[in-house]
Design a protein around this ligand. Structure first.
Ligand SMILES: Nc1ncnc2c1ncn2[C@@H]1O[C@H](COP(=O)(O)OP(=O)(O)OP(=O)(O)O)[C@@H](O)[C@H]1O
Ligand SMILES: [Mg+2]
Length: 522
């Protein structure tokens, strides 16, 4: 293999000295060298920044700059990738020697003591060291790339629990970058909360060691990022040990499981409704039979008692109560309905307008309602009466939350984003595509319907319960608590997603996302 030419730069203002180094360099055993020279600091620095030299012989006492100040500028420019610099001074000076070393010089030589063998050796050692340094940097880079290439988040600490390494994923989820938290204790970036209670979990080096002692594989927690985002994660801690089993630090590995968590929650809700549906459908059926007997008999009674006013009134009450009960069972039936849907194309804004007209009729003057639409017609696969029902339920809830008046806004927009919520409904999607091969769900866009109000809002502790069947904060007779669970069910049947944001005293927004049809030409 051909030996590489060693590029050497001499920076010295003394012509005789420069010539001397020139001569000595040619006397060394270095084979292929190319020598450049500069007579002042400014030109020297310019040459260094412009070219890539293998060795720089730098005079400390230049007319315009000192060797140390050049070193300082170089270290600011090159950081850890400095070309090797040998500082040369007229007389020995320990302070300059130490300072030069600190600034990254590889050797320090005194003018009067330099000969070919000293200079040759110093250059050989410097080159070798540089080679090792480059090799080490390559390994370090490879390790970094490896860590950055894995999806898991990795944070490593030293044996005091101070952070020494973080990969890109860990930076992304914690919101911190390694430069700002290097040598900071682990708890300064790893803020975790209990999965259920959301209480802060105190976390430091010792508590991390405890999780290892507990032998648990993964702990499920909520990670709070620097910008206060919350991610559901599972994490595991391992001890970093050297060959002699000495503890050198900890390595923390964690995964973002927010999406899985949301899917799990969704399925829990679906399951809850399914169980309730099964239970209720049995009761409702028998109950309906009983009710029809009561209704029928009270009708007969009323006819027989038409001359007895007082008894007729009682019979009327029986009939009225039975009718109310019948209304309730109808609602329950529509809620537990389990039959296969025969979905067709539904133009979403058309359904919303129908719903809006019904909601409007139930509003007092102190509540205004408006529906906006992002433009062209948007088709979905579904059943219009169910979609209307869902919007009406949300509208009625909004109305009930604004006894002192306010505004309801129903906004429909096309979102140019992958409908990731379809993951929650993969089986349904497969069924639909099998049952109706002509329909094609768009996998690049979806429709978003928001129903917002300026009402009383929902207390944080209730947010998790509102989709549960029979959860209501309304007075007896004013709410059954079945509205939102029906909406949830309807949205789920339409392969969509529903979420809510609310601020007590300010208002509530329900957001429904539904997949749309790409080719409605059936
Ligand atoms: N827009 C809203 N603003 C404030 N609270 C709301 C809103 N929507 C729902 N809620 C809360 O969620 C609860 C459950 O709503 P849901 O529609 O399921 O039942 P309901 O309205 O109480 O009764 P139903 O709809 O069966 O007549 C409500 O009682 C209320 O506390
Ligand atoms: Mg309701």
């Amino acid at each position: 293999m051909k030996k590489k030419t060693i590029q050497i730069l001499i920076i010295d203002d003394d012509d005789i000295d420069r010539e001397n180094y020139h001569r000595l360099l040619h006397q060394t055993q270095l084979k292929s060298i190319k020598i450049s020279q500069e007579a002042c600091g400014k030109d020297g620095l310019k040459a260094i920044l412009k070219n890539s030299f293998d060795i720089i012989l730098l005079d400390q006492n230049l007319p315009d700059m000192t060797g140390l100040s050049i070193l300082k500028e170089m270290s600011a420019h090159f950081h850890t990738d400095m070309p090797p610099v040998i500082i040369i001074t007229g007389q020995g000076n320990t302070e300059v020697d130490l300072e030069a070393m600190k600034l990254g010089a590889v050797d320090y030589l005194i003018k009067g003591e330099i000969n070919a063998s000293i200079l040759g050796r110093s250059i050989r050692y410097s080159l070798k060291n540089k080679e090792r340094e480059v090799e080490l940097q390559k390994k370090e880079k490879f390790l970094r790339f490896t860590l950055d290439s894995i999806n898991e988040c990795v944070i490593a600490t030293d044996k005091k629990g101070d952070i020494i390494r973080m990969n890109k994923s860990a930076e992304k989820f914690t919101g911190f970058n390694i430069a700002e938290v290097f040598k900071q204790p682990i708890e300064s970036v790893f803020h975790i909360l209990d999965f259920k209670s959301k209480n802060i979990i105190p976390c430091n080096f010792d508590s991390m060691l405890n999780t290892i002692d507990r032998g648990t594989s993964f702990e499920k927690v909520i990670l709070q990022s620097k910008d206060n985002f919350e991610y559901y994660i599972n994490y595991r801690v391992s001890v970093i040990k050297d060959n002699s089993e000495n503890t050198k630090g900890l390595v923390l590995v964690f995964n973002d499981i927010t999406e899985q968590h949301e899917i799990e929650l969704h399925f829990q809700q679906v399951q809850k409704l399914d169980v309730l549906g099964e239970l209720a459908s049995g009761i409702v059926h028998d109950f309906n039979n009983v009710l029809s007997v009561i209704l029928g008999t009270s009708g007969l009674l009323r006819r027989r008692l038409k001359d007895d006013e007082k008894s007729l009134e009682l019979a009327n009450s029986i009939a009225d109560a039975s009718r109310t009960a019948n209304g309730l069972t109808k609602r329950l039936l529509s809620f537990v309905r389990n039959e296969e849907q025969s979905f067709t194309i539904v133009e979403i804004f058309h359904s919303i307008t129908n719903a809006l007209n019904i909601i409007k009729k139930s509003l007092n003057d102190n509540i205004t309602i408006e529906a906006t639409h992002s433009g062209d017609s948007i088709n979905i696969l579904g059943e219009s009466s169910l979609i209307e029902n869902a919007i009406i339920n949300l509208g009625f809830n909004a109305r009930d939350a604004m006894s002192d008046g306010g505004q309801i806004l129903i906004k429909t927009s096309l979102i140019e984003q992958e409908p990731t919520f379809l993951k929650n409904n993969e089986t349904k999607l497969i069924n639909h595509s099998q049952n109706s091969p002509n329909y094609k769900i768009d996998n690049k866009r979806y429709v978003e319907i928001t129903v917002s109000d300026t009402g009383i809002g929902i207390k944080e502790e209730n947010i998790e319960k509102i989709f549960d069947p029979f959860f209501t904060t309304k007075e007896l007779e004013q709410g059954t608590g079945l509205g939102l669970s029906s909406v949830f069910r309807i949205v789920n049947e339409h392969m969509g997603d529903i979420s809510v944001t609310s601020q007590v005293g300010e208002g509530t927004t329900f957001t429904i996302k539904l997949p749309i049809l790409v080719s409605p030409n059936i």
